[in-house]
Design a protein around this ligand. Sequence first.
Ligand code: SF4
Ligand code: SF4
Length: 311
Amino acid sequence: MEGTVLRIERISPDDGNGLRTVIFLKGCPLRCAWCSTPESHESEPEWYYMQSKCRYCGYCVKACGQNALSVSEDGSAIIRNKEKCINCFRCADACITKAIDVFGKKMTVDEVMKEINKDRLFYFCSNGGITLSGGDVLLQADFAGELLKECRENVINTSAELDMFGDYEKVKKIIPFLNSYFVDLKHMDPEEHIIWTGLSNRTILANIIRAGEEYPNTPMNARVPLIPGVNDSKKNITATAEFCRKVKSCRSLEFLPYHRLGTAKYKYLGIGYQFEHVKPLSEEETEERIRCLNGMDLPFPVKISGKVIQK
Ligand code: SF4
Ligand code: SF4
């Protein structure tokens, strides 16, 4: 079976126990306005252009059989006509400097397993394993499920970052093969969720509750990307904690301050980024926002970027 893999990151300490190999899958139904991985949005491999690496040699223009590439009028950039482009990526093969390249590639389960097996020593030394991330893993539920099953048969610890949007049947293809998982909670208000992500949160929340009931012994760790002016109000933070209290499998609630590390990738893809000028919260501001959870007597620890602030 074949899936579309965005990239594989090795020896990550942040996405589960120990050192992890993180396999990012491509494709996401949500469009979070602050997203730091816009290159994961589309399901198929995607063309991009990094102007700073371009030598203006013109090899890409010559390689394109569709006449889809040209040099800009001032000679400072390569322009792609999206209507003419058929995504054959011959231009990327022709580009020596990798100024034109591709986000994502098709890989079989066996090919991904070969990459995973290179890191097995790290898993055994650190109690680590693999984590599937996205994009949204559920969008490639069959591929993800088969990959996770293969890992479990090879006694490799498995985790995943899930958005939980989609048919619950897809959730059932994945969670039985996980040792633990993370869910991203963007906003508790359905209308606000639509404004900031493009879709309602009703299916997401229902799936999380149901998964907690059907798999209570598979630990779920809730994560909230804390975005200034979007979801950092006292009302939303307390509502998020109250929701997590209802999820039988919830073992922690973690807040991750917004960052702007993905800004350059919006430029490479030629799309706008409305959060480019939003200032991230400082550590003190983040702690101040979370203070409203004091006294709620939550049955799980509250964290900020991995650091426990409430037991
Ligand atoms: S082949 Fe690469 S370096 Fe040469 S003009 Fe095209 S994008 Fe620039
Ligand atoms: S991907 Fe193919 S069609 Fe598109 S610009 Fe490159 S060479 Fe031309």
